[in-house]
Design a binder for this molecule. Structure first.
Ligand SMILES: N[C@@H](CCC(=O)N[C@@H](CS)C(=O)NCC(=O)O)C(=O)O
Length: 256
């Protein structure tokens, strides 16, 4: 039996995600922290490239999505990280009480920074660009970064809110590097004037769960053909066939 096939047999879940260089995926960080890395078969999906469709198993056609052996598919990164933490070492969600509410607040803060950064990056490809998208979203990012600076000075340890903060900051870095639109200054550096957040970020980059993928090129198979085979496997586990799936959309938006 081929080595990849053999290795795949030991995996109890498939994680559909986009291996973007320089991006710290909170789902990957949590999977690693939970001790589940080896149980996962990683399936690259680039939802905005032709030929990659996950719509048959996730009606939102979004990544990340986590498929279990029985064909159950979890989507929404918040759902997936809670599932992974619960299934694994159960350490990134403090027990109900002030610490947990604070971790969840920071999770929401960071995930919204990620979401508005995605929206700003997508808007860049529009013609004409609606400047209001930027004037509305950018102040949210600035206020959130200031809150992260306060949080960095107060919180200890590493919880799900921290994983999400890495996710948001790394994605923001990537999009700032590619250039956003005014009023986002060109060469904006969120580290300037935020020494606690900068120190926290630098230290967090040393974690094995971050090293596992940060700034590493993806070495596995990331072809559309492989992705569609994996989608078909999930459908088979659900007792369905890929032929019944909606056709991939024609894509004219670009984001990575
Ligand atoms: N709220 C979702 C957001 C995930 C998300 O924004 N995924 C983007 C990755 S860039 C995506 O798949 N976009 C494709 C699309 O919207 O069609 C989560 O946290 O999982």
């Amino acid at each position: 039996m081929a080595t990849r096939k053999k290795a795949a047999l030991n995996k109890s879940m498939k994680l559909f995600y986009s291996p973007i260089h320089g991006f710290i995926h909170k789902v990957l960080v949590v999977a690693h922290e939970a001790g589940l890395w080896d149980k996962i078969e990683f399936v690259p999906i680039y939802p905005m490239r032709d030929g990659y469709s996950i719509a048959a198993i996730n009606p939102l056609h979004k990544v990340p999505a986590l498929a279990l052996k029985d064909g159950t598919v979890l989507y929404g990164s918040q759902t997936i990280v809670e599932f992974l933490d619960f299934t694994g070492k159960k350490k990134l969600y403090p027990k109900p009480g002030p610490k947990r509410w604070d971790a969840l607040r920071r999770l929401a803060l960071a995930d919204t920074v990620f979401e508005v950064t995605v929206n700003m990056a997508l808007e860049k490809g529009e013609n004409p660009v609606r400047p209001s998208v930027y004037t509305w979203y950018w102040p949210k990012v600035l206020r959130a970064l200031d809150q992260m600076e306060i949080d960095a000075g107060k919180t200890k340890g590493f919880d799900v809110g921290h994983a999400a903060t890495l996710h948001a900051l790394s994605y923001l870095n990537r999009q700032l590097g590619k250039g956003l639109m005014p009023p986002v200054p060109s060469n904006y550096d969120w580290r300037k004037g935020r020494p606690k957040l900068t120190a926290w970020w630098t230290k967090a980059l040393e974690r094995p769960s971050v090293n596992s993928h940060f700034n590493k090129d993806y070495k596995g198979n990331d072809t559309a053909e492989f992705a569609q085979q994996q989608v078909a496997e999930v459908l088979r586990a659900q007792g369905k066939k890929l032929a019944a799936a909606p056709k991939p959309q024609k894509v004219d938006m670009h984001l990575d």
